[in-house]
Design a protein around this ligand. Structure first.
Ligand code: DCP
Ligand code: MG
Length: 448
């Protein structure tokens, strides 16, 4: 991929007459960091890192000034501060990011209804039908950038191309604060000099295999016979890479979102006010939701918490994540902070529930968009997480066999409610004990 500090930036500086680049990819620049700077104008132009300032945390976002020192998202905070000791570290405020994300997505929908939200700070727009009223993709891209800045004070970058893949690559090339139009006829001239790491779906391992064949650029991949590629990376991957390297990508901008959700909730036998007891239950429910998400091959963009109190009043709180997740730990972090921020801690709770909402595509599809290897780490996490869940479930079962049956064991069995794909979680996975022992302090990952 392009250097994340913007040093190899490509932009369309003068108007482009072309009408073929109908797909726009818009991505906010240094999103979380830029939102934080709105509150700290005195820090504009300085190296700023968003994350928890503890040595164990990771960088959530960094300004382009910090990136010049080699600081990037997902990097351990300790390493980031070694590379850039003068960086100012600001704590994240996820509610602000969600709010700005909503404003920006609404602005996109004013341009065209054909908006596909990809993440908290990025979307595809198909502007084919907007062209008649609003002009060329270059003009529409320029308008979007002006409106976003006027309404929010934030900068974004826009790539316009005939396909999603090339539009996404173009926006990343134009960062920060740029617009790059790649007319359909120029697709291969744009693609072929790019490094193979810019091929959608090529992670470190695949890149190594391709490099062993002596391939350096996307053009090299396009010129390699399919069976040579196949021997190196397998037939499915080679067909995919060959198509992309030739500029083929048939995917459309998909506007619809299926509003399915996966949730687990539990009604207590007696009302519970003790925070640590509620947190334990939240962890258990979160793990169960994570298992179900992974089983279904989907990720949740939004985590919701439901609380019913002793007087039967019920509240829900939810938060949209920067990166959709299927990890119990991640879900738990959000559920726990939603509870802490509910303003109702200490009150007797009758029912507590956790839900993953705005479920999104096959996990593997999302991973293909990943630029920085995060997904692969997350994947390893997910497998480990799943393994741990099973191991704990086994341990809990074995312990239960050794121990006399507790009288309230049945009373404490959770209700499981699932909307979307039906079916209950097998009982072995309901019995997930706390993996953190006691009121859990989950290590902050700084990730959204
Ligand atoms: N994010 C995160 N953890 C990561 C990557 C990103 O929490 N490993 C969050 C913080 C980012 C936001 O998601 O601000 C958007 O991610 P981007 O990849 O778009 O990165 P930025 O917007 O920060 O920078 P840019 O798009 O300019 O490269
Ligand atoms: Mg961004």
């Amino acid at each position: 991929m392009s250097k994340q500090d913007g040093s190899s930036r490509q932009v369309s500086t003068t108007p482009v007459e072309d009408l073929t680049a109908r797909i726009l990819h818009v991505d906010m620049d240094a999103f979380f960091a830029s939102v934080e700077l709105l509150e700290h104008p005195e820090l504009v132009g300085k190296p700023v890192i968003v994350g928890h300032p503890s040595a164990r945390s990771v960088v959530t976002a960094a300004t382009y000034e910090a990136r010049k020192f080699g600081v990037n998202s997902a990097m351990p905070m300790a390493l980031a501060l070694r590379r850039c000791p003068q960086a100012i570290v600001l704590e994240p405020h996820y509610d602000r990011y969600t709010r700005y994300s909503g404003i920006v997505m609404d602005l996109f929908r004013d341009i065209t209804p054909h908006v596909e939200v990809l993440g908290i700070d990025e979307a595809f727009l198909d502007v084919a039908s907007a062209r008649r009223l609003m002009g060329t993709p270059w003009q529409i891209g320029t308008l979007i950038r002006e409106r976003v800045f006027a309404e929010t004070g934030l900068r974004c970058s826009v790539g316009a191309a005939a396909t999603k893949y090339v539009a996404k690559l173009a926006s990343s090339r134009s960062k920060p604060d740029g617009l790059l139009v790649v007319p359909e006829a120029d697709t291969l001239d744009f693609l072929h000099p790019q490094p193979i790491s810019a091929l959608w779906g090529v992670g470190v391992k695949t890149a190594e295999k391709l490099e062993r064949l002596g391939l350096r650029t996307i053009g090299d991949v396009a010129q390699t016979p399919l069976d040579t590629l196949s021997r190196a990376v397998g037939s499915a991957t080679s067909a995919h890479l060959n198509a992309l390297a030739r500029g083929w990508d048939p995917r459309h901008v998909v506007t619809e979102h299926t509003e399915k959700s996966i949730g687990h909730e539990r009604t207590f036998e007696r009302d519970i006010s003790d925070t640590s007891e509620l947190e334990k239950e939240l962890l258990r429910l979160s793990n169960a939701v994570g298992v179900r998400l992974r089983r279904s091959g989907v990720l949740a963009r939004t985590i919701a918490l439901k609380l019913r109190f002793g007087d039967f009043s019920t509240i829900s709180r939810s938060r949209t994540l920067a990166d959709p997740t299927d990890l119990g730990r991640r879900i738990y972090e959000e559920a726990r902070s939603l509870y802490a921020e509910s303003g109702r801690t200490g009150e007797p709770v009758r029912l507590i529930g956790v839900r993953g909402e705005q479920l999104t595509g096959a996990a593997a599809d999302l991973g293909l968009w990943d630029d920085d290897g995060d997904w692969r780490d997350a994947d390893a996490d997910a497998r480990r997480d799943h393994g741990e869940v099973r191991a704990h479930a086994r341990a809990a079962r074995d312990a239960a066999r050794r121990r006399p049956r507790s009288p309230d064991a049945d009373a404490r069995r959770p209700d499981l409610t699932v909307s979307g794909r039906g079916g209950n979680v097998p009982s072995s996975e309901r019995a997930v004990p706390s993996r953190f022992g006691g009121p859990p302090g989950v290590p902050g990952d700084g990730g959204g």
